[in-house]
Design a protein around this ligand. Structure first.
Ligand code: PMT
Length: 406
C-alpha cells in the first residue's frame, strides 16, 4: 500500500464496541509506513485501552483537550494542522451528531472543527440508530461539507440485531485510506464551479436577488473534490461552509462572478454553472439610500453578462455544464438553453414544484447533452451531485478520450 507510506493519519476513535477493530487498523497503517496519531474520546477508552493503541502506533495517545503537557502551546491546533487525513473509525451516532452541529466539546470534536485537512468518518452503530432520520440528516450535512463517509457494512450486530451499521473491516479501511492518498480518478483535473445567488445593488441597503441557497453547487464542488479534482468554487452570498479541499472565491454581483470565473479559467477542464445569476441589474445603483418620496417608482434594469455563455464561447473552452431552472416544459426549455448558450451538458430542474429546486435539501434533474438524456430522480443534493459528476465525467471522457480524468 504505497499510497499510505510517509502519510500522517490522525485516527479518531469514538466509543463503540467496534473500537477493537481500530487496533488492527492502526497496526496495518503503521506497517505500511504511515505515521498514526490516535485521539480517543472518553467513551472510546471504555472499550479499548490507550495503552494498546500507544503500543501499536508508537505515539502517545491523545485524549484530553485540557492536557497541560500539550495545551500550553495550543497543542490541539497544532494537531489539527499536523495530519494529512483525519479518519474517525468507529464514528458513533453521537459523534456524528456533535460533528454535524460543529461542537467542540472534546479533543476529537475540536480537532474536526479546527482542521482544514480532509476528514473521513467510518460510522458504526446499531441499525436503528443508523436508519434514524436524525442520523441521516447529520450524515447529509457532513457529506455536503465534503466529509467522506466510508461504510457502514451490513450484517449481524453486537446487539444481536441484523442490518446496516457495522464498522467496515480494518483491511477495507486500510484500502480506502490508501486509495485516498493515491488520489481520486480526477486528480490533476481543474474544475471551476459557480454556486449560490448574486446580489445586484439598488442602493447601499437594498438589492435584487433570488432564492438560491448554494446547496446544489456546494454539493457538486464536494463531489468533484472527493474524486481528487482541483476545485475552484466561485460563490455568491450563502450561509454554507466550504467543502474540504475546495478553493472558494466569494463574490456578490454577477459582474464580480463573471470576473472571478474568467480569472479562474486558465487550465480549467470542466466548468459547471450552478449559480442562479441575476439576468438583470439596476441600471444605476444609488449612492445613498433611496427615500420614500414618490407614490410610484420605476427601476430600470440592464442585462448582466451571461457567464455560462461567455465560458462556452472562449476560443478553447472547457467542457461546459450549465443548469436550467424552469417552472414548466423543463426538458424543452432546457434543451433550447443548451443550444443557445453552446454548452455541452445542461442539467434542468423544476423550481416551482412541491419538491426539489431552490433551498431544499433534495432535488431532481433532467440532464441533456447532444444525442443523450438522463433523468436523475429526486434525491438528497449530495447524492444527486455524485451521480451528476459521474455522468459529466463519462461524457467528458468520451469527448476527450486522450485525456485521462476517469
Ligand atoms: O442553490 P440551491 O438552493 O441549492 O438551488 C439550486 C438551483 C435551483 C439554484 C440550481 O439547481 C440551478 O438550477 N441553478 C441555475 C439557476 C439559473 O440561474 O438558471 P437559469 O435557467 O436562469 O440559467 C441557465 C444557466 O445560465 C445556469 O447555468 C446559470 O448559472 C447560467 N447563467 C444565467 C444567467 C447569467 N447572467 N449568467 C449565467 O451564467
Amino acid at each position: 500500500m504505497a499510497g499510505v507510506r510517509g502519510k500522517k493519519v490522525l485516527l479518531g476513535i469514538t466509543g463503540g464496541v467496534a473500537a477493537y477493530k481500530s487496533a488492527v487498523l492502526t497496526r496495518l497503517l503503521v506497517k505500511s509506513g504511515a505515521e498514526v496519531q490516535v485521539v480517543m474520546t472518553a467513551a472510546a477508552a471504555e472499550f479499548i485501552t490507550p495503552t494498546t493503541l500507544q503500543a501499536l502506533s508508537g505515539r502517545l495517545v491523545r485524549q484530553s483537550l485540557f492536557d497541560p503537557a500539550h495545551e500550553a502551546a495550543m497543542g490541539h491546533i497544532e494537531l489539527a494542522r499536523w495530519a494529512d487525513l483525519i479518519l474517525v473509525a468507529p464514528a458513533t451516532a453521537d459523534f456524528l451528531a456533535r460533528m454535524a452541529a460543529g461542537m467542540a466539546d472534546d479533543l476529537l470534536a475540536t480537532l474536526c472543527l479546527a482542521t482544514s485537512v480532509p476528514i473521513a468518518v467510518a460510522p458504526a452503530m446499531n441499525q436503528g440508530m443508523w436508519s434514524n432520520p436524525a442520523t441521516e440528516d447529520n450524515l447529509r450535512r457532513l457529506a455536503t461539507r465534503g466529509v467522506l463517509v466510508w461504510g457502514p457494512d451490513s450484517g449481524l450486530q453486537a446487539c444481536g440485531e441484523q442490518g446496516p451499521g457495522r464498522l467496515l473491516e480494518p483491511e477495507r479501511l486500510h484500502q480506502l485510506v490508501n486509495d485516498f492518498f493515491v488520489g481520486g480518478d480526477l486528480a490533476g483535473v481543474r474544475v471551476v464551479l459557480t454556486a449560490g445567488p448574486t446580489r445586484e445593488p439598488i442602493d447601499p441597503v437594498r438589492y435584487l436577488t433570488n432564492r438560491s441557497s448554494g446547496k446544489m453547487g456546494f454539493a457538486l464542488a464536494a463531489a468533484f473534490a472527493n474524486r481528487g479534482a482541483d476545485v475552484v468554487l466561485v460563490t455568491g452570498p450563502v450561509a454554507l461552509a466550504t467543502p474540504n479541499g475546495v478553493e472558494r472565491v466569494d463574490v456578490e454581483t454577477a459582474r464580480e462572478m463573471d470576473e472571478a470565473v474568467m480569472g479562474a479559467l486558465a487550465g480549467c477542464s470542466i466548468f459547471v454553472g450552478c449559480a442562479a445569476v441575476a439576468d438583470y441589474r439596476p441600471a444605476v445603483a444609488a449612492g445613498q439610500k433611496i427615500k420614500k418620496l414618490e407614490e410610484h417608482r420605476t427601476l430600470e434594469l440592464v442585462r448582466n453578462p451571461d457567464i455560462l455563455a461567455r465560458v462556452a464561447a472562449q476560443p478553447s473552452p472547457p467542457f461546459t455544464v450549465g443548469f436550467a431552472a424552469e417552472t414548466q416544459s423543463v426538458a424543452e426549455y432546457a434543451e433550447q438553453k443548451r443550444r443557445a448558450k453552446g454548452v455541452d451538458i445542461i442539467a434542468a430542474n423544476l423550481v416551482a414544484g412541491e419538491e426539489g429546486g431552490f433551498e431544499r435539501d433534495q432535488n431532481a434533474l433532467t440532464v441533456l447533452w447532444e444525442g443523450g438524456m438522463r433523468e436523475l430522480p429526486l434525491a438528497d443534493k449530495g447524492q444527486l451531485a455524485r451521480e451528476l459528476v459521474t455522468l459529466i465525467v463519462n461524457e467528458y471522457g468520451k469527448r476527450y478520450p486522450t485525456e485521462d480524468p476517469r
